[in-house]
Design a protein around this ligand. Structure first.
Ligand code: HEM
Length: 511
């Protein structure tokens, strides 16, 4: 009995022991083998480790720089493995054209990432929804009703009012020679503009309410740039739960959802006073009522679109204005030239309106040059292949993540003379524009997924920067030289200047 029992145990245990011993080897073989199978179809790239792929070699805040370095070694099309997911990186205008024009249909998906899915009510927004009928319909609704040039110009009184408020605030600092944190001032301005445009409310006046809402937005941005195992190594997804990320995600989503519900309820209140300006919620509720699209809008759709606007519009616009001021302070020659143009062609007005600004070619070229050198989304927004496709002779499988390193393309010496120089002049006699037709210059992306917010972005950038430059002369705080201004970036989809830009404003005339 004793021996028999031992024999059974031994026969059961030994396969277990063997399995335990060979399982890691099998896994290693599987992943290595997967690599070699993928290797045949994917372009070359740096060797990764089993399971984690190339993650250990990449760092979020300087990812665009690291990918640029890797492109020098592996070429303008190379591959990576992000956990278990294949990725390709494009770093030349020729290949960007292949991906975003010739193969745009196959490459215009978006990877489904946990946090983005949660905040977009499972892909009901525009930015993160997969390519297909739903995305086409929601994009059409937004482009026609919310983001068209006509609608954007109807929001101009909001922009003008808020920019005037900011100019007043800065002149108070100027008269007492107080140093200003431009990152803070400009972030506050752009989020107030978008809140009023979207909800019709100015959270700046509402103390705790404002800080609660801004706190939630910061938390959302934070979650969107947090690494989730579930996205890249699904079988380790349980670690996200252990790290408390699911609970954090759930809580932030719940708080934002309640906030949106409250503003939607206010808009649906029959006793609500008709506001001076129609805001985005009002417009979307009208579309919902008219049922003129094949899609029946629900409050979930409206909330997902609001989330989209807040995330896509606030940070990008604020970061671009800070980068423009950074570049101007580092290049006094350009600052002087652009101010001379604005002040002479602007007719010495105290406040410049959107129409005045169209007469300033050098100023317009300066904005383009800022978007070239300091593009706030250096890797655009991750795309994903919807189906197999052949790029540059390589067979790219479906569900491959696609990065377009727009920053590397904007700094390519083959396409740009002295790319490291901040030279607005390069855009004066050039036809290169922001609309996604010139693949050497793609600050707003290109193809089907091109940023639909360009008219709104340009209207805000124009008004904010032209008035900052018209109303004030800018100096650095005592003891600081222009070469001390750094250009380090914070991590995230949209990259802000890491260290605040501190400046002194001097009123250029009595306000
Ligand atoms: C300087 C400001 C801005 C920059 C640099 C910028 C840049 C971008 C980029 C690079 C993309 C991805 C394009 C692609 O995948 O090819 C994008 C997408 C998008 N942007 Fe902007 N953007 C800005 C302002 C805005 C504004 C003001 C709005 C709206 C109010 C907006 C709404 C969107 C949306 C909804 C998408 C996703 C489109 C889709 O996936 O179909 N953006 N933007």
């Amino acid at each position: 009995m004793h021996n028999w029992y031992h024999e059974i145990v031994a026969t059961m245990v030994s396969p277990l022991v063997i399995l335990c011993l060979i399982l890691p080897l099998l896994l290693l073989f599987f992943f290595q083998n997967r690599r070699t199978i993928n290797k045949k179809s994917l372009p070359p790239g740096p060797r990764g480790l089993p399971i984690i792929g190339n993650f250990h070699q990449l760092e979020n805040s300087t990812l665009y720089l690291q990918l640029w370095q890797l492109s020098k070694k592996y070429g303008p099309l190379f591959s990576l493995r992000l956990g278990l997911r294949p990725a390709i990186v494009v770093s030349s205008s020729k290949l960007a054209k292949e991906v975003m024009k010739d193969h745009d249909l196959e490459c215009c998906g978006r990877p489904k990432l946990l946090s983005q899915q949660k905040f977009s009510y499972n892909g009901l927004d525009m930015s993160f929804s997969s390519y297909g009928n739903y995305w086409r319909e929601i994009r059409k609704i937004c482009v026609v009703h919310v983001l068209s040039s006509r609608r954007v110009s109807r929001f101009s009184s909001i922009r003008q009012f808020e920019v005037k408020q900011m100019i007043r605030k800065i002149s108070r600092h100027a008269s007492s020679s107080k140093v200003i944190n431009l990152n803070e001032v400009l972030m506050c301005l752009t989020s107030t503009i978008i809140c009023r445009t979207a909800f019709g409310r100015r959270y700046e006046d509402e103390g705790t309410e404002r800080s609660k809402f801004h706190g939630l937005l910061n938390e959302l941005q934070d979650m969107n740039s947090t690494f989730f195992f579930s996205d890249y190594i699904p079988f380790l997804g349980w670690i996200d739960k252990l790290r408390g990320l699911h609970a954090r995600l759930e809580q932030t989503f719940k708080d934002l959802d309640e906030f949106y519900q409250q503003v939607i309820d206010e808009h649906m209140d029959p006793n609500r006073k008709t506001p001076e300006n129609e805001d985005i919620i009002h417009v979307l509720l009208q579309v919902k009522k008219q049922r003129s699209f094949s899609l029946d809008l629900t409050t979930h759709h409206i909330k997902a679109v609001l989330m989209d606007m807040l995330v896509a519009a606030t940070d990008t616009t604020a970061a671009t204005t800070v980068w423009a001021m950074t570049a101007l302070l580092k290049n006094p020659r350009v600052m002087k030239k652009v101010q001379e143009e604005i002040r002479s062609l602007g007719g010495k007005k105290d406040f410049l309106e959107e129409d005045d600004i169209q007469k300033f070619p050098y100023f317009k070229a300066m904005i383009k040059e800022t978007l070239r050198m300091h593009i706030p989304t250096p890797l655009l927004v991750q795309r994903e292949t919807n189906e197999p496709c052949v790029i540059d002779g390589y067979e790219i499988p479906p569900k491959t993540i696609v990065y377009v390193n727009a920053w590397a393309i904007h700094m390519d010496p083959e396409a740009w003379k002295d790319p490291e120089e901040f030279l607005p002049e390069r855009f004066l006699d050039s036809t290169k524009d922001i609309w996604g037709q010139d693949f050497e210059f793609i600050p707003f992306g290109a193809g089907r997924r091109i940023c639909p917010g360009i008219p709104m972005a340009i209207a805000s950038l124009d008004l904010i920067l032209a008035n900052l430059l018209n109303s004030f002369d800018w100096e650095l705080p005592a003891g600081m030289r222009k070469d001390d201004i750094d250009t380090e970036r914070l991590p995230g989809l949209t990259q802000h200047k890491k260290n605040p830009l501190y400046v002194l404003a001097k009123c250029s005339r009595k306000l």
